[in-house]
Design a protein around this ligand. Sequence first.
Ligand code: NDP
Length: 484
Amino acid sequence: MGKHWINGSFVRGATRDFFTTVSPAHDTTVSEYALGSADDVHQAVKAARKAFDTGPWPRMTGRERANILIDIGHRIRAQCDELAHLETLESGKPITQAIDEINATVDLWHYAATLARHTSGEAYNHLGENKIGLVMREPAGVVGLITPWNFPLLIISQKLPYALAVGCTAVVKPSELTPGTTLKLATIAHESGVPPGVINVVTGFGDPVGKSLSEHADLDVISFTGSTEVGRQVAAAAGKNLKRCSLELGGKNPHIVFADADLDAAVDPVVFGVYFNMGECCNSGSRLLLEESIAEEFTQRVLELAAKVPVGDPLSPEVKVGAIINEAQLNKINQYVESGEHSGARLRLGGQQIPTLNGRFFEPTIFDQATPDMPIAREEIFGPVLSIITFKSTEEAINIANDTNYGLSAGVWTTNVDTAFEMSRNIRAGTIWINCFMEGHPELPFGGYNDSGLGRELGRFSTDEFTELKTIQLHTGIHTGSWL
Ligand code: NDP
């Protein structure tokens, strides 16, 4: 492609330099993109600003915007195969999963369309005779959206349609590893009738593209998904300019199985929870907390199932675990496996890169005898590595679950409703799954406590991030009362 998408068309970058993406599974070049600069970001923000300040998008009716968002969803579905193929080539994720994600993406656009018609303010009728108070929701303005490589189209679709629904305009910076489907999305939106300048995409590296976007004074909101470390930098830049900022960051999510759980039902979701998307997932259930009395029996069952997980070429429909995104991520996984062995955890499965001619594949890996103080039990590995910890009581399970800087999600398996609610009330995380894991619905908010982020995506509250409140106070009838 080699160009940014700015003001409704593909444009060359200021530097005219390029970079390429490489398939993590095949080590072949996928595509060529424009190497963005601060100048390109400035042009994109300028276009988005103009589209917001004087363009039709924020002035359209909710119905008009909703119809366009619905059309975008339909066009995404119609191009599912092409989008899924590109997603798999750039990210290394299994093709069947990529197809599922494209379908989930359609649902996100269609749900956001309902918010274009339903987002509203409040009216106060009890402030005094002849007085009415109105609280209006207005679009916040130009939003900057920075996204990662693990779920490229899905994550931009957790942000962009919600911002568009309420009338904002956007500048998007996709990960330099996976920009393909985001650029494609911009052209799909254009075909659906999104006016020029409403969506702009600048490709390139975190520094300078993401950095100059998060520092840009003409943005009104910045929304970021990625590492906690970069999230802090984005928040600091937003703080300097006093811009609203929302962050969806990492997790070290506990998946907790009590002795009274339906163990037959729990095994598959535990294995899915950690190896889904190669473990490169902020919601990964990478800490398995097992009640001591069932720990060995359940570990055996998890080991047996994990050993059967098909790892390999993500273009093959049978494969469930594809390739690790890049060398840096592979090194990080290897270092954590070494750290697990050195810190005294017991390696029960995997632990090695799978030797192949091309690409980077890693064995599903399991450590037991992990303790909450070990790096493998505390830090986000972002790879197919499970750390098993045991507990003796509900109180201990809660303490271990909360013994982390993160707070994104948790899973609880129990047949006791009291235990389910005690865990739900006491675990400090944005989502608690009871007797299920990593289910998602556009209606339900998503986000984290502590180092897992700021703010919430999805659900009807998601538009809070992209709207300003305006208070209007009105007197009716003859004006009464005077100061002097
Ligand atoms: P990053 O946080 O570096 O990348 C996320 C996005 O931020 C990318 O678009 C990136 O651009 C951009 N970015 C990088 N530096 C800056 C900056 N200074 N200012 C603004 N934007 C910037 O994640 P990584 O890809 O490096 O992954 C590292 C680790 O982060 C993973 O191992 C994992 O632990 C965690 N992570 C968490 C994710 C989540 O879903 N919560 C998603 C991805 C990673 P570019 O890609 O061009 O560098």
